[in-house]
Ligand binder design. Structure first.
Ligand code: ADP
Ligand code: MG
Length: 586
């Protein structure tokens, strides 16, 4: 994938001035490879992707061969469509700008013959046209090709697809034997190889594979994020974009574990994949992920290598990958099958330089983005909610509640007020802005990511009114949001004695269903919108789980959990007594 300055390609001062004026800094790989060979007069077959600069690759050497004093057609460029003919004509005009006496004319169907006759009569040396109209003009005697030195077939495969084969063959067989043939095609089907074999002499084959081509469908964005604000940034991006299926890459196993737990606690459905898991465990996780049994897979590079999922909505680089190759691997899992994918990369501190060098080396097309503000998150949340209401209405997926509604209407409430009140209740009531976590981009006193309680997702725990006294105290202590010890947060202690203010509930899923404490906390937080701190110690047994929850929220939690499925099992939670799971009467 070599690129060179135009000055090293053996070009005339006029062309060098032109490319400079056009703002081209250096020749693209296909230009670097094609131009010097084509200047020697040899036939060339060039293959490269769209946007790689093929026009200049053939137009520059073609223009160099034109004698400006000679008023006869010397270059013929065949294109599949009129739009392309016009485009190539415009680019040729720019490239030939400083070449005295050199003129070009596009020739295509639908345009008056008059103008084209005149341009040809005036002595244009470069003709750019569609095969049909070119044939037509040849047959009318308006286009004379006896001085032709170069023939270019641009997008040859497309021209054959459009049925121009006969015209092309007629044109090629009626031009001088001595002409040079420059042949460009994105693909090389049999018919194209035939044409090349019959009409070109010992062509040089130039094929350029482009790296950028690996991810043409992926929108790549990077964000500068303070390390401790990454979790917050991640959840905001997920919420604003309403992502439901993706992979989040971390650099270490510990990071994977931590992030998986933290997302779980915020109500996201996640699972993890890293090298410490047995093969059987990995297979199970992958199987679930493919079935979309959860939303986000948190993984290390090694674990995710050779992982056969595609059609992901998004790939997050929670940590920057080691090199451009890993980066390309990671993001290649999204944007497949013609669908647009996204790749979001977090960069903190010194990593910026690493990203820059990766971008330069692999010519990544990645732009800078900014983390959504809380207002944007709120707005996105509202939109999602709006769409859900609409979908529910459209699908008529609801039971009528006419009696209740009639009663409210009878009491004199307006229907808009009733709906607004319901939405307020459904959204759990939003709290004032002052309670919200600091924006991740703010450098002042950033809270440890995992100590932040804000969760923006509708199903996650919001800045809850039920925040416990202990939680608040920790934050007020010395002005710093202190970290709850990991033990209390992630590895909840076995239930030896119940904490004050907590009651125990019995839940009918357990180890058999591969339930983890994170599952329980996530589920409770998700359905009740209570903070994760409303849940205390969790004890997972073979077929059931005992969880300590805030005493004053027991009824709410039981009510909300009832009937909700966990690992496919409808939950039937109840109050547990010390003696065991029994239905304490209410
Ligand atoms: P292709 O025919 O391979 O699809 P084009 O020749 O149409 O690609 O070029 C794509 C775009 O890149 C055009 O806008 C062109 O002006 C621009 N371009 C071509 N060569 C260079 C270069 N060396 N440097 C910068 N831009 C270039
Ligand atoms: Mg082109």
């Amino acid at each position: 994938m070599e690129k060179r300055p135009f000055t090293e390609l053996g070009l005339s001062p006029e062309i060098l001035k032109a490319v400079e004026k056009m703002g081209f800094e250096e020749a693209s790989p296909i230009q670097t490879a094609v131009i010097p060979v084509a200047l020697t007069g040899r036939d060339v077959v060039g293959m490269s992707s769209t946007g790689s600069g093929k026009t200049a690759a053939f137009a520059i050497p073609a223009i160099e061969r034109v004698d400006g004093h000679k008023k006869a057609v010397q270059v013929l460029i065949l294109c599949p469509t009129r739009e392309l003919a016009v485009q190539v004509s415009e680019e040729s005009a720019k490239l030939a700008f400083f070449k005295r006496g050199v003129r070009e004319v596009p020739i295509y169907g639908g345009q008056s013959y008059e103008r084209q006759y005149r341009a040809l009569a005036a002595g244009a040396q470069i003709v750019i046209g569609t095969p049909g109209r070119v044939m037509d003009m040849m047959e009318r005697g308006a286009l004379k090709l006896q001085s032709l030195a170069v023939v270019v077939l641009d997008e040859a495969d497309r021209m054959l697809d459009m049925g121009f084969r006969d015209d092309i063959e007629k044109i090629l067989s009626s031009v001088p034997e001595t002409r040079q043939l420059l042949f460009f095609s994105a693909t090389m089907p049999r018919a194209i190889q035939d044409l090349i074999g019959r009409y070109s002499k010992d062509p040089a084959w130039v094929k350029i594979e482009s790296v950028a081509q690996n991810a043409p469908q992926v929108e790549q964005v990077w964000f500068e994020v303070d390390r401790r604000s990454k979790l917050e940034a991640l959840t905001r991006l997920i919420d604003v974009n309403d992502f439901r299926y993706g992979i989040i890459f971390c650099s270490t196993k510990i990071m994977v574990d931590d992030l998986d737990e933290a997302l779980h606690a915020r109500g996201y459905q996640t699972d993890r994949l890293h090298g410490d898991l047995s093969q059987a465990q990995r297979d199970r996780v992958m199987d679930k992920f493919r079935r979309r049994a959860f939303e986000f897979l948190v993984a290390t590079d090694v674990a995710a290598r050779g992982l056969d999922v595609d059609d992901l909505e998004v790939v997050f680089n929670f940590d920057l990958p080691n090199d451009a190759e890993d980066y390309t691997h990671r993001i290649g899992r999204t944007g497949r099958a013609g669908r647009k994918g996204r790749a979001f990369t977090f960069v903190s501190g010194q990593e910026l330089y690493k990203l820059q060098s990766m971008v330069r080396w692999a010519r990544l097309d990645v732009r800078r983005g900014s983390i959504p503000s809380l207002d944007e998150v709120d707005e996105a949340r509202t939109n999602v909610f709006f769409e859900r209401i609409r979908a529910t209405l459209d699908a008529k997926q609801f039971k009528p509640h006419d009696r209740m509604i009639d009663r409210l209407l009878d009491d004199g409430y307006a229907s808009t007020d009733i709906c607004s009140a319901l939405i307020h209740l459904l959204q759990g009531g939003t709290s004032g802005a002052s309670e919200k976590a600091p924006a991740p981009e703010s450098k002042a006193k950033p809270a440890p990511a995992w100590a932040e309680k804000k969760a923006a997702r509708p199903t996650a725990s919001p800045e809850a009114p039920g925040e416990t006294e202990a939680e608040r105290e920790r934050e007020d202590d010395d002005g710093h949001p202190a970290a709850p010890s990991r033990k209390t947060k992630y590895e909840r202690p076995a239930r030896t004695g119940r904490e004050a203010g907590k009651a125990t509930i019995f839940i009918n899923v357990g180890r058999k269903q591969l339930i983890t404490p994170g599952d329980i906390v996530g589920k409770i937080a998700g359905v009740t919108r209570l903070p994760a701190t409303a849940v205390g110690a969790i004890d997972i047994h073979q077929r059931h789980t005992l969880a300590d929850v805030a005493e004053d929220q027991v009824d709410l939690i039981i009510k909300k959990l009832t009937g909700i499925k966990m690992k496919g099992i409808p939950l039937a939670p109840m109050r547990a007594t010390e003696a065991g799971p029994q239905n304490d009467n209410e």
